[in-house]
Design a binder for this molecule. Structure first.
Ligand code: GDP
Length: 303
């Protein structure tokens, strides 16, 4: 699925609202700005980010007393992009997996957000790009999780290390990384259980796995990838809060953008947490994971 297609529902929702907001208006006045504020909030951009965007648009409009409503879209696009650019400078497109060998990714997130699917897609894409990849099935809490990850491993033609259900996740992580070193593999992707039972429990579980990783490969995990379901809107923001408090998340994957009108949450999350959105999921197929590109995203949203 292309980015444009993936963002279709968000775009339709957003533009329908914007066109309503400017009906009968010729210039961008206070009323239009108020409407814009409401639209952004109801598009899951989040209140604080919305206020920032509206203020930026307002400053632009104030410079030119008679901004035609037809320019609103363009001004919005520019200001949203500028906001995203200011927020996180990491450019993941240029990230070199080769800087670390193996490069270790710990994947976290609650059940149902698309964690397994994202791991499968990622493994497939890295493999296609010529990397030697191994997956560690350290979400040992659910039998289905281990089976599912094995299925994805088969589809992606990637090795999966598993000790079955109820195994110690840290032990699975240890085995996986150790065997990756022995096999001279490039990238290790470790699945973890997505239990948000309580924050201390989650923190302890993740820090135990992290410690083991660091013991086998000093500095690992190099990436802690939090997977969030964009279609849950404000819930995704809440989960992001919980997980960033529990562990050092340094990359985000936002899934299910194709099925939702809540794509604005990408802007809100990016702004609120200053953690780079690295991937977006735009479908259920193996190829439906894209590296997030701020400019492409905003261009597509406002095209
Ligand atoms: P997990 O419990 O977090 O591991 O979630 P799964 O990976 O099993 O995914 C839950 C459901 O979401 C599955 O039906 C996936 O096919 C679906 N899914 C995952 N990512 C995407 C996506 O980007 N787009 C769509 N439309 N569905 C997705």
């Amino acid at each position: 699925v292309s980015l444009d297609k993936g963002l279709e529902k968000t775009k339709d929702n957003f533009f329908a609202k914007i066109s309503k907001a400017v009906v009968g208006k010729s210039t961008v006045d206070d009323e239009v700005l108020d409407n814009l504020e409401e639209i952004l909030v109801t598009s899951d951009v989040g209140v604080s980010t919305t206020l920032k965007i509206v203020e930026r648009v307002q400053n632009r409009v104030a410079k030119d007393k008679y901004t035609n409503v037809s320019e609103l879209n363009n001004i919005l696009r520019e200001e949203v992009q500028a906001l995203l650019e200011e927020n996180n400078s990491t450019n993941f497109e240029q990230m070199d997996y080769g800087n670390h060998k193996p490069y270790v990714i710990m994947v976290v997130g609650v059940n149902g957000v698309g964690k397994t699917t994202t791991i499968g897609k990622l493994a497939y894409q890295l493999k296609q790009a010529g990397q030697k990849v191994v997956i560690g099935a350290a979400d040992t809490f659910r039998a289905a999780a281990v089976e599912q990850i094995q299925l994805w491993g088969k589809r992606a033609d990637v090795r999966v290390v598993s000790q079955g259900m109820n195994a110690d996740p840290a032990s699975v992580a240890f085995d996986t990384i150790q065997s990756a070193v022995a096999n001279n593999e490039d990238v290790v992707i470790i699945d973890t259980a997505g239990r948000l039972h309580n924050k201390v429990g989650l923190m302890n579980e993740l820090s135990k796995i992290k410690k083991v990783m660091d013991r086998v490969v000093p500095g690992a995990p190099h990436e802690i990838l939090l997977v969030l379901d964009a279609s849950t809107g404000q819930n995704a923001i809440e989960q992001c809060k919980q997980f960033t408090q529990a562990t050092d998340v340094n990359a985000l994957a936002l899934t299910k953008l194709d099925g939702t009108a809540k794509g604005g949450v990408v802007i809100g999350i990016s702004d609120q947490f200053k953690i780079p959105v690295k991937y977006i999921g735009v479908g259920e197929k193996m190829t439906d994971l894209q590296l997030f590109n701020k400019k492409e995203f905003v261009d597509s949203l406002f095209s």
